[in-house]
Ligand binder design. Structure first.
Ligand code: SAH
Length: 351
């Protein structure tokens, strides 16, 4: 038998075609099915009680509908942050985080199983890339969390494991479906995509004319230093990234975010702050400082509190808009990709 179709990755137009051409049903059925999948967040066709039994059977025969399963969920006693380990249909494990803010619930999603970018401080990339995630799997992270929490998710950041612009088509489709008024209808203004700086893809993204916030993982103020931290910097220079950012801005006038992980003695000096302010001059930029989360495989250390505050004050002195990323869920595991890696390593050592 042929591979079943991933119905949850189809947009409403494709689903309408599929329903009329393949299933030979009336087109309005597509809207009903779409709503079951993307608004009522059904996890199986048997839940779709206003469809006839023969139609549900046909759907079952041609398609699959599977939300990721919760393998583990850790809830912070400090701030209610939840870290989820999800098991995908093929057994792969990914992680997602829910953060509760006054302004709403924000989910940080993974976009790939693993990552091939090789950033030195990041745990997600230590075992390389296993595979890209499908639109339905990325949507599934949010759907499952919304169901588990019983509250609406209002913000999404594509900042979990993986490089979203290395899985471009699936991520764009994910964003469009997430913000579709026929689905969860999360405003594009409440969606942030974070990239290590794949320049040609930033130009492509600009052309999509989306209203999402673009965040650039900069982490260094010159190319030489950046190459030491991020292999992707061997391909594109900081200036090339900034040019691409200007192009992005010219399309949608969305303020740009620059992420800067502070590593003690590597990129946290007052000179670095000054150089960073100079680089970003004239861009409508917002700097997000992240005290680096140490991972056991590498010996990067976090800048101490006073260095972080000095760095922030220096940037502000030069007119930059700065926030320090609050560490959420401190009591339930640390940096990006660590949870997944620890879980998989533990399983392997049991074998
Ligand atoms: N691939 C994307 C999104 C992934 S991670 C990107 O590179 O932007 C989201 C952010 O967390 C990135 O800025 C990344 O560089 C940063 N990050 C990863 N591991 C970290 C760590 N151990 N400490 C601090 N920041 C980290």
């Amino acid at each position: 038998m042929n591979e079943k179709i991933d119905i949850q990755s189809m947009d409403l137009k494709e689903l309408t075609e599929f329903v009329s051409q393949t299933l030979k049903e009336k087109p309005f059925r597509a809207r009903q099915i779409y709503k079951w999948i993307h608004v009522k967040l059904a996890s199986g066709f048997d839940e779709m009680t206003d469809l006839s039994k023969p139609l549900r059977e046909k759907l079952e025969e041609h398609c699959f509908l599977s939300l990721p399963q919760i393998a583990r969920c850790y809830i912070s006693k400090i701030d209610g942050t939840r870290k989820y380990l999800f098991r995908l249909r093929d057994g792969n494990i990914i992680e997602s985080v829910l953060m509760k803010y006054k302004h709403g619930n924000s989910v940080c999603v993974s976009s790939q199983v693993g990552c091939r970018m090789g950033c030195k401080f990041c745990a997600s990339t230590l075992d390389g890339l296993a595979r890209n995630m499908t639109p339905s799997e990325i949507l599934g992270e949010i759907y499952m969390i919304q169901k588990d929490l019983g509250e609406r998710i209002s913000n999404v950041v594509i900042m979990g494991s993986g490089e979203p612009l290395d899985n471009y088509d699936n991520v764009i489709r994910f964003i469009k479906m997430l913000s579709d008024e026929n689905g969860l209808n999360i405003s594009q203004r409440n969606i942030t995509l974070s990239t290590c700086g794949i320049v040609p893809r930033i130009y492509d993204l600009a052309k999509e004319d989306l209203q999402i916030t673009l965040a650039i993982s900069l982490h260094a103020v010159n190319d030489q230093r950046r190459r030491e931290l991020m292999p992707v910097a061997n391909k594109w220079s900081i200036q090339e990234i900034l040019d691409a950012c200007r192009e992005y801005y010219s399309h949608n006038s969305r303020r740009l975010t620059f992420e800067y992980s502070l590593v003690r003695g590597v990129n946290d000096s007052p000179e670095d702050a000054k150089a960073l302010a100079q680089l970003l001059k004239g861009l409508n930029a917002h700097v997000n400082l992240i005290p680096v989360n140490p991972i056991k495989e590498r010996d990067f250390r976090q800048s101490d509190n006073s260095a972080v505050m000095n760095f922030k004050n220096n940037l502000e002195k030069y007119g930059e808009n700065v926030t320090i990323r609050r560490e959420m869920g401190r009591d339930i595991q640390a940096a990006c990709g660590q949870l997944r890696k620890n879980y998989i390593d533990a399983l392997e050592s049991e074998d």
